[in-house]
Write a protein that binds this ligand. Sequence first.
Ligand code: NAG
Ligand code: NAG
Ligand code: NAG
Ligand code: NAG
Ligand code: NAG
Length: 275
Amino acid sequence: MHFRSRVTWSLLLSLISLGIVADAADSGIIEVDLLFPRNETYAPTEWMPFVFSIRNGELSKHLNPFLRYRGWNTSDLGAHGFTFRNEKLKFANWSSQNPYFVYNFRNDLQSEGTWWLDWEFYFLSCNEDFTSVLDPGAPVFLNNTFRRITFTIKEGGQPVDLVAATANDKTCSEQNIAAINVTGKTQDAPLSGDELPDDICAVVGSPEPSAIPCQVKVDSAVAASMTASLRDRLCDPLRTIDRPDDCPEDSAAMRLAVAGVACLAAAVGMLGFFA
Ligand SMILES: *[C@@H]1O[C@H](CO)[C@@H](O)[C@H](O)[C@H]1NC(C)=O
Ligand SMILES: *[C@@H]1O[C@H](CO)[C@@H](O)[C@H](O)[C@H]1NC(C)=O
Ligand SMILES: *[C@@H]1O[C@H](CO)[C@@H](O)[C@H](O)[C@H]1NC(C)=O
Ligand SMILES: *[C@@H]1O[C@H](CO)[C@@H](O)[C@H](O)[C@H]1NC(C)=O
Ligand SMILES: *[C@@H]1O[C@H](CO)[C@@H](O)[C@H](O)[C@H]1NC(C)=O
């Protein structure tokens, strides 16, 4: 039975048996890593990267996931900070790359300071035991993993270098990684539409599995494509502020540059986003 109407969260009143389909292709561990920044001190840089990777991301296609981070100035008790929320993950082409890199750059971190960086991975899953509205418990869960690291911006700190930072496997803690144990998917979904495309919902085991952080590296090709995508955005002909002086002005050159970046970005399967 399919429940096709555009239900809202408050109208989960369908009488269905979710049932679980356990299939090797639909189960496994998703690992979400905060690759950068780490618990380190960095020299101020114009565009500070925030980089995550998602391993086995293909398993999250029924989780409708999103990533969020917030930064808190440790000196003013969080009165000032920054935040970002990435909703585009639901459109990710997971099969294009594993691990899948998610990143953005921000230019509001150029002065000295120490920051808490709280990051969360949100995901939907279904209660496989749910059979009817008379059952106790919710048919759908929205869970999140919460982690916090600390980083410092200070003159004389190490230069921001994604390749060097991620080559070091000693600078992470359990706060740099989150893992989700996907055990299967349901045969039906208690709500459809944007929340659970294809009327399929994932089933997730708890407790959260342990995982080893600092395993994913950013190599120079991936780092270069991230920088190229930043430059592409900054050089957007429609952009009038903060445009680098050396952007290609010729429209043919521009189109070629854009095409090159698009190819590279597609080749490494990345999803960039901006502050
Ligand atoms: C972060 O680094 C500092 C200085 O190296 C260290 O004292 C602290 O224990 C580290 N914190 C974590 C959570 O790893
Ligand atoms: C953090 O807060 C302190 C205390 O209010 C302030 O002096 C400092 O400028 C802030 N740092 C940044 C980077 O905004
Ligand atoms: C997803 O990526 C794969 C591998 O790069 C590619 O073959 C496929 O066409 C892409 N799918 C879409 C919908 O873009
Ligand atoms: C998700 O949240 C529900 C309700 O709080 C909880 O019962 C379940 O164990 C959580 N699942 C995971 C994987 O944390
Ligand atoms: C994932 O969950 C399944 C079912 O609860 C369990 O058998 C398995 O051991 C879990 N895997 C990990 C790595 O925790």
